[in-house]
Each structure stands twice: as structure tokens, then as C-alpha cells.
Design a protein around this ligand. Structure first.
Ligand code: NAD
Length: 483
């Protein structure tokens, strides 16, 4: 019997009202490890009601006390660090080291929320007019929710919830139905904190559960992370329903390598950026633009380094690249490789058909390189979200910036160079929300907003950092005269 997951609502593990369950696979072993409910409007409504009731008491609890729960949460997460990391591997397919990195980065968001007694402070002016003082205060808004993707099943959901609740809101999480187990263990840990019931809730499911959250009048705002077409739907649906919304979408991240870059060091970094998490990162390096005579050198070195990556099961400590998330993802990625070849790209390294001993049915795609990619090819324009790196040629810096700025996405872009002038021009002119200089994965820390422009982000207040405090609070202006 495969275990059926329950929702966590109002401080209790409860069965969904649905009859429909989605199997959760380990993408390396092909084992069905659990079944996740396709939760219904009724389930979401129950969670919203529990969160609304909890809000009244929770918002009155001093922020210092709310932050104390996150101190305790952090300690328990550290205690269970390895357990969580292993679950991330089992449901997502990445390597154990990548999973540990993900859990570490997730805990940083808990650290950030612990600072809320300081971060939530506001300002005021005494005697703004004679005998009149004017101040702003921050207040929590109500019930918030998150709809999150499969690729960082622990870290991405944890970007939002700690800040939201320490600001005084209550919360509902809807993780990806492909990878719901990391949130299950996280909510088991949250349960140990003995927070008032209903402050944090977990509702599994897919599109229906997401729609229920967005259409429910009791929800004040939604944070979304996922693909761009869905991000757009989320932004429009939440806006239509009068909710706050921040929707982080997909990506196609370009990396320019200048002729003056240290090629060996740059390529080592780019290989990590392209093939880490089997390319299933919204900040993954997708296209390398070799500038001038850097093109041939970078191409040769990329092939050398990428072909040596050890592909295998994520729980094997020697594995350097794990599986993609599912067979469907593998099929989609392999079709994109074929598409690149049909359009005239040169297939320098072909990751299709790779077989890993002992895991013959696993969803493995090996490191792949397509070179001579042109800006109008599908593989240059569309997100592949797998271990496929395209290489393009630009004559000079201007040409590289033109190529990058043509993209409909604007999540991240990097330059590898030893020229401060080019680096400055790059960060000044490139239209992407996270810029790397001699850094392949430009991932902001928890205290900085996670950038994203064009089709990579819909909204105005980004996730993480000070933007998140704006998103999760309402500012009220108080004008007082007592004399
Ligand atoms: P996805 O868009 O398919 O799903 C994301 C979430 O939306 C899931 O919880 C899913 O159940 C829900 N969903 C799917 N279709 C829906 C619909 N029609 N209406 C309402 N909800 C719906 O994304 P994914 O495949 O899980 O994740 C990969 C994508 O996420 C990639 O495009 C990647 O670039 C992106 N991503 C972006 C960031 C970022 O910060 N910008 C971070 C991580 C991943």
C-alpha cells in the first residue's frame, strides 16, 4: 500500500475530501514513494477558515514572541538537516550535496525572519506640524499562501512563509504535486513548535487547489514561483480577485564570456551553473555567448569539463549530476535537443540515452552541449530546464549585450571578464534582475530581493529581502495631536 499524504490544517493532519491522488515518484528508482491528494475547494476553504481564525490571536502576539518560534524552527531544521536533504533527493532527483545546499539556503530565510523585530520598525516625525506627530506603523494583512515549483521543494516554499508569519500573518502552503514530501517533513517539524493552531497550513494539490487559493475571498495575497505561462495566469487571477501577488516565472539565463576572461576558471564555474541540479534551476546557465576568440576556447573547455561529470543516483555521494524530475521532463528535454539539431545547431555532447547501472529506468539525461546556436533557434529562446547548454557566438561586447537583451526572459545574466569597464557596462545595460560578474549562478541571499524582469516576473514587490516585508504588511500612517 502506498502512503497517502494528508493535509495539515488547523493544527491537525487531515485527509483531503478528494478521491483523486497523484503518485509521487523517486525519479531515479522509479518507485512510487507516496500519493498526493488533488485537494479540492472544500479543503482549501477549511484551511483558509483555520488561518483566518488563527490570524486574530496571532497578529496580537508580540513580534519578538513570533520570532522566537522561528529560532526554535531553525534549531529543529538543523537537527533534521540530513533527513530533509535526503527527502529532497528522493523526490526531486538532485544530488545529496545539491540538496544540502538547498536546505542551507532555505534556512537562511528563517534567519532573515528572525530579524523581523528590527526589520519591521518604521519611521516617524515629531512636530511635522506644530504639536502634531506623524508616524507610520506596519500591520499584518491576513492570510497569505504560496504556490511553488518542483525544483527546490524545500528552499522555495521557505522563501516566503517565515517572513509572512513573523510579520503577523497566517499561512497556507501548496507545494508542487510532483515533490510534496519536503513540505510534509517541514510541517511535521513546524508541528513540534506548538504554534497556535491554524497559523501554518499545508494543502497538497495541483491546479484546482491553486485556483481555490486564488479565488478564495479570505486570502489576502499569493506568492508564486514556477513557469512563466503559469506565473502569468497566477498574476491575472490574483489581480482579478483583488489579491496581492508576486509571481516569479521561468528563465533563459545568458552568460557572456569575454576574450580577457580566465577561461579555465570561468568554464569550471559555468559547468556548475549549467549542470547543477541537472539544469533544473531558474538561475541555471542556459546559453553561453562566447565573445570574439573566446568562443572556440570556451567551447572546447566546456566539452572537456562537461563530459567528465559523473551522472548517477543523487544519494550516492560520488554522483555529480542526478536525474531530471520525471520521465515526462526527460522526454521534453530530449525533444528540445532534437529540435536544436534540426535547426542546425551542432551537437557537441549528447546526453540522450544515458543509462546508469542499477537505475536503468531512471529519468537521466546526461550533460549536453549544442554549439553554433543562432538567436532565432527555439533552443536559444525557450526555457529547456534540463542539462542542455547552448553556445552562441558574438563578435564583441555590444553583440553579446544585444543577444541577451533580445530574450523575452530577464531572470539572470552573467559576464566573465577581467575588465571592470565591461563589467560595469554589463550590469548597467543588461535587462535581467540578477546580474553575475564572474559568478555563474547569480542567486541573491535571503536579505536581498530575488530579482526578475520581463517574462520572468509578474508583480512589483519581489520575493525575499525588504520587498517581502512590504508585501506581507500594510503601512498605516498615524497623525496625532495631544496638545
Ligand atoms: P509549474 O509552473 O508547472 O508549476 C508551479 C506550481 O504551479 C505548482 O505548484 C503547480 O501545481 C501550479 N500550477 C501548475 N499549473 C497551474 C495552473 N494552470 N493554475 C494554477 N496553478 C498551477 O512549474 P514547475 O514545472 O513546477 O517548476 C519549474 C519552473 O519554475 C521553471 O520554469 C523554472 O524556471 C521556474 N522557477 C522559477 C524560479 C524563480 O525564482 N523565478 C525559481 C524556481 C523555479
Amino acid at each position: 500500500m502506498v502512503r497517502k499524504l494528508k493535509n495539515y490544517i488547523g493544527g491537525e493532519w487531515v485527509e483531503s475530501t478528494t478521491d483523486t491522488y497523484t503518485p509521487v515518484h523517486n525519479p531515479a528508482t522509479c518507485e512510487v514513494v507516496a500519493e498526493a491528494p488533488e485537494s479540492t475547494y472544500e479543503d482549501m476553504d477549511r484551511a483558509v477558515q483555520a488561518a483566518q481564525v488563527a490570524f486574530e490571536e496571532w497578529r496580537r502576539m508580540p513580534v519578538l514572541n513570533r520570532a522566537q518560534y522561528m529560532h526554535h524552527f531553525k534549531t529543529l531544521l538543523e537537527d533534521r538537516f540530513e533527513d530533509i536533504s535526503r527527502i529532497v533527493v528522493e523526490e526531486n532527483g538532485k544530488t545529496i550535496d545539491e540538496a544540502r545546499g538547498e536546505v542551507r539556503r532555505g534556512i537562511e530565510s528563517v534567519d532573515y525572519a528572525i530579524g523581523m523585530p528590527f526589520l519591521m520598525r518604521n519611521d516617524g516625525v515629531e512636530d511635522i506640524s506644530s504639536g502634531i506627530d506623524e508616524t507610520t506603523i506596519r500591520q499584518p494583512v491576513g492570510v497569505f499562501g504560496a504556490i511553488t515549483p518542483f525544483n527546490f521543494p524545500f528552499m522555495v516554499p521557505i522563501w516566503f512563509m517565515p517572513t509572512a508569519i513573523v510579520c503577523g500573518n497566517t499561512y497556507i502552503m501548496k507545494p508542487s504535486p510532483q515533490t510534496p514530501l519536503s513540505m510534509e517533513i517541514t510541517y511535521e517539524i513546524l508541528e513540534e513548535l506548538d504554534m497556535p493552531e491554524g497559523v501554518v497550513n499545508l494543502v497538497h494539490g495541483g491546479k484546482d487547489a491553486a485556483m481555490a487559493m486564488m479565488e478564495h475571498p479570505g486570502v489576502a495575497g499569493v506568492s508564486f514561483v514556477g513557469s512563466s505561462p503559469v506565473a502569468k495566469i497566477i498574476y491575472e487571477t490574483c489581480s482579478r480577485n483583488g489579491k496581492r501577488v508576486q509571481a516569479q516565472g521561468g528563465a533563459k539565463n545568458y552568460i557572456a564570456v569575454m576574450p580577457d576572461a580566465d577561461i579555465a576558471a570561468s568554464v569550471k564555474n559555468i559547468v556548475g551553473a549549467a549542470y547543477g541540479c541537472a539544469g533544473q534551476r531558474c538561475l541555471a546557465a542556459a546559453v553561453v555567448v562566447g565573445v570574439g576568440d573566446a568562443y572556440d576556447k570556451v567551447r572546447e573547455e566546456l566539452i572537456n569539463q562537461a563530459r567528465n561529470l559523473q551522472v548517477g543516483y543523487g544519494l550516492d555521494e560520488t554522483t555529480q549530476m542526478g536525474t531530471v524530475v520525471s520521465d515526462a521532463a526527460k522526454q521534453r528535454i530530449e525533444n528540445m535537443i532534437e529540435q536544436g539539431v534540426k535547426e542546425g545547431a551542432s551537437l557537441d555532447l549528447d546526453g540522450r540515452g544515458i543509462v546508469v547501472n542499477g537505475f536503468e529506468g531512471g529519468s537521466f539525461v546526461g550533460p549536453t552541449i549544442l554549439s553554433d546556436v543562432k538567436p532565432d533557434m527555439v533552443v536559444a529562446k525557450e526555457e529547456i530546464f534540463g542539462p542542455v547548454l547552448s553556445i552562441m557566438r558574438a563578435d564583441d561586447f555590444e553583440g553579446a549585450v544585444d543577444i541577451i537583451n533580445q530574450s523575452k526572459y530577464g531572470n539572470a545574466a552573467s559576464i566573465f571578464t577581467s575588465s571592470g569597464k565591461d563589467a560595469r557596462e554589463f550590469k548597467y545595460r543588461v535587462n535581467a534582475g540578477n546580474i553575475g560578474v564572474n559568478i555563474g549562478v547569480a542567486a541573491p541571499s535571503a536579505s536581498f530581493p530575488f530579482g526578475g524582469q520581463k517574462d520572468s516576473f509578474f508583480g512589483d514587490l519581489h520575493g525575499q529581502g525588504p520587498d517581502s516585508i512590504e508585501f506581507f504588511t500594510e503601512r498605516k500612517v498615524v497623525i496625532e495631536r495631544w496638545i
